[in-house]
Write a protein that binds this ligand. Structure first.
Ligand code: ATP
Length: 335
C-alpha cells in the first residue's frame, strides 16, 4: 500500500512547476511564472496565464520567474505560486499532505531550507527531498535500485543534471548551468551579431523548439525582430543550420560535462552504461539533434524518455506511492 492519497510530489522547476497527486498522476504542469502589478504589488496572474503575458506586458506589469536554476530566487512569490498551484491540484487544505520534492543535486543547505520553508508556509505537513536526477531516472523507468549503472541526463531550463546511478545511490554527478535558457540566450546573441537582429526571449525559444519541424519540412525559420541599429521591425528567413550554429558552443559544454561524469565512473558501471545507453529527460531533451549529438560523443545509444518534462515529478510521485522506493528519499533538514 502507498501512503495516504493526500500525498503529493512537487517539481519546482525554473520553467515549469509540476504537482503529482499520489495515485492520481500529474495534476498540474504550469509555467513557473507570476505576473505582478509593480505599482500596487498585486498579483495579476499565476502559471499558464502569467506565462502567456510574458514579453507582452505594459510598463507597470512584470512577469516574474521566481525560480532560478531550480532554486528559489524570490521566496515570497514562490510561496504565492505554490499556494495557487496546490489549490489547482485540489489541495485546499494541505495540512495533512506529505510532499516529496525534487531538488537539484547540488542544492545547498540554504536552498533546501528555502524549499522546506516554502512548503511549510503553504501548510504542507511533511517534506522529503529527492535529487532531481534520481527522480527523473525513476520516472523514466530506469532500474536505479539494481546493481547496474544507469546514466541520466535531465535537460531543463536552468540546469542540466547528469548522474550515474546504481543500487539506489548517486555514483557520479554534475549539475551544469547550461540548458534551455542558455540556448535561448545563445540564439539571441548570434542573431544580434550575425544579422543585427534583436529578438525577445520567447522568440528565441520558439526558434529553438521549431527546429525539428522546420528541418523535417525542409523549410527555413521565419523570425520577426527589430533591426539593431534602426529599431525598425524586420522579418528574416533563417536556415535551420544558422540557428544550430548558435547552439554549438553551449551544446559542446553539455557534452563535455557528460564525458566528465562518465570519466569519473568506475569501469564496471561504465561498461553497463555502454550497453544500456543514456536516457534523456527534461523538456530540453526534445531539442532537435541532441540525442544524436550525445550518441556520437559517447558511443552509446541515447533514448529520450516518454513525456520527458514530467519524468522527474512522476518519479518523485512513485517514490511517494511505493514503499520499495522510499529508501531513495532524504528527510528534509529541520529548521
Ligand atoms: N521541442 C523542444 N526543443 C528544445 N527545447 C525545448 C523543447 N520543448 C521545450 N524545450 C525547453 O525545455 C526547457 C524546459 O524544460 P523543463 O520544463 O524540463 O525545465 P524545468 O524543470 O522547469 O527546469 P530546471 O530543471 O532547470 O529547473 C525550456 O528551456 C524549453 O525551451
Amino acid at each position: 500500500m502507498g501512503l495516504l492519497t493526500r500525498d503529493i510530489a512537487l517539481d519546482l522547476g525554473t520553467a515549469a512547476t509540476r504537482v503529482y497527486n499520489a495515485h492520481g498522476g500529474v495534476a498540474v504542469n504550469e509555467p513557473s511564472a507570476v505576473a505582478v502589478n509593480t505599482t500596487t504589488g498585486r498579483i495579476l496572474a499565476i502559471g499558464a496565464e502569467a506565462g502567456r503575458m510574458a514579453g507582452r506586458t505594459p510598463a507597470h506589469v512584470k512577469v516574474i520567474r521566481p525560480l532560478r536554476a531550480g532554486n528559489i530566487d524570490d521566496f515570497e512569490v514562490t510561496g504565492r505560486m505554490l499556494h495557487h498551484l496546490l489549490l489547482l491540484a485540489g489541495h485546499r487544505n494541505p495540512g495533512r499532505t506529505q510532499a516529496v520534492v525534487c531538488a537539484p543535486s547540488d542544492t545547498t543547505g540554504v536552498g533546501r531550507r528555502a524549499v522546506l520553508e516554502a512548503c511549510r508556509q503553504v501548510g504542507v505537513g511533511r517534506v522529503r527531498m529527492l535529487p532531481k536526477p534520481v527522480a527523473a531516472a525513476v520516472g523514466a523507468g530506469l532500474p536505479v535500485q539494481e546493481a547496474t549503472g544507469s546514466l541520466i541526463v535531465d535537460v531543463g531550463a536552468g540546469t542540466t543534471e547528469i548522474a550515474v546511478l546504481c543500487l539506489g545511490g548517486v555514483v557520479a554527478a554534475r549539475s551544469v548551468p547550461v540548458s534551455g535558457d542558455v540556448l535561448d540566450s545563445a540564439i539571441r546573441t548570434h542573431l544580434r551579431k550575425r544579422h543585427q537582429l534583436d529578438i525577445g526571449r520567447h522568440t528565441a525559444e520558439n526558434l529553438k523548439t521549431g527546429l525539428a519541424e522546420a528541418e523535417a519540412e525542409g523549410r527555413p525559420l521565419a523570425v520577426r525582430g527589430m533591426d539593431a541599429s534602426s529599431g525598425m521591425p524586420v522579418t528574416l528567413l533563417l536556415e535551420t543550420r544558422d540557428v544550430q550554429a548558435a547552439l554549438r558552443d553551449p551544446l559542446d559544454r553539455i557534452v563535455a560535462a557528460v564525458g566528465d561524469v562518465l570519466d569519473r565512473c568506475p569501469p564496471e558501471l561504465y561498461r553497463d552504461i555502454l550497453d544500456q545507453g543514456v536516457t534523456l529527460t527534461g523538456e530540453g531533451a526534445r531539442l532537435h539533434g541532441l540525442d544524436r549529438l550525445l550518441q556520437k560523443a559517447t558511443g552509446t545509444p541515447v533514448r529520450i524518455a516518454a513525456e520527458p518534462g514530467t519524468a522527474a515529478v512522476r518519479g518523485a510521485g512513485r517514490c511517494a506511492e511505493e514503499r520499495s522506493l522510499r529508501s531513495l528519499l532524504e528527510t528534509a533538514p529541520d529548521r
